[in-house]
Design a protein around this ligand. Structure first.
Ligand code: FMN
Length: 168
């Protein structure tokens, strides 16, 4: 089963988070997960994907304007209704709006008719309430994106297992 992770990333943090999600997905038997920057999406692969996870850096507690524009144009024409959806974010402040970014991506996915999956409390700890968010070490010396690696890989694995359960 194909799964796609699509992201915007200017300085590499969200790209890294996307790759960790893919690692978690690809640890599940029968899953072929690939990551795509919005600048080079393999449209055919995404259309064949039973699940799509979308990520963005927090820009003033919003998704990036480039991702928003992509979702309103190309992303809206991918006929993904009925497929599984997820979202993730990176930020440089612990309270930098990452979960709002996840929520706004989720809203767009719901508008497109997708079925949103958070994992939430359904898989025990760690609870990933809405979607994984990682804080980098740009501004907070106690933080580092690497500290959040497990949340992204665990989320990827859970997402893939749920997609397999629903569509496998
Ligand atoms: C224009 C701009 C706005 C930003 N706004 C926020 C913000 O509101 N909250 C925050 O925590 N980080 C903010 N950041 C930092 C990025 O979200 C953070 O460094 C992120 O990990 C960058 O992802 P990338 O490396 O994938 O581009 C902002 C960065 C830029 C360039």
């Amino acid at each position: 089963m194909k799964l796609s992770i699509i992201y915007d990333s200017k300085t590499g943090n969200t790209k890294q988070a996307a790759e960790w999600i893919a690692d978690g997905m690809n640890s599940v038997d029968g899953i072929d997960a690939k990551t795509f920057s919005i600048k080079e999406v393999d449209i055919d692969f995404v259309k064949e994907s039973k699940g799509v996870v979308i990520g963005s850096p927090s820009y003033a507690a919003n998704m990036t304007p480039d991702l928003h524009a992509w979702l309103l144009t190309t992303g809206g024409k991918l006929a993904l209704a009925g497929n599984l959806a997820g979202a993730f974010a990176t930020e440089q402040y612990t309270h930098g709006g990452g979960e709002l970014v996840v929520q706004s991506i989720m809203t767009t996915e719901l508008v497109n008719g997708m079925l949103y999956y958070s994992s939430g409390g359904g898989c025990g700890k760690p609870y990933i309430h809405i979607g994984p968010v990682g804080v980098n070490g740009n501004m907070e010396t106690h933080n580092a994106l690497e500290n959040y690696k497990d949340y992204f890989t665990i989320y990827g694995e859970r997402f893939a297992k749920k997609a397999d359960e629903l569509f496998g």
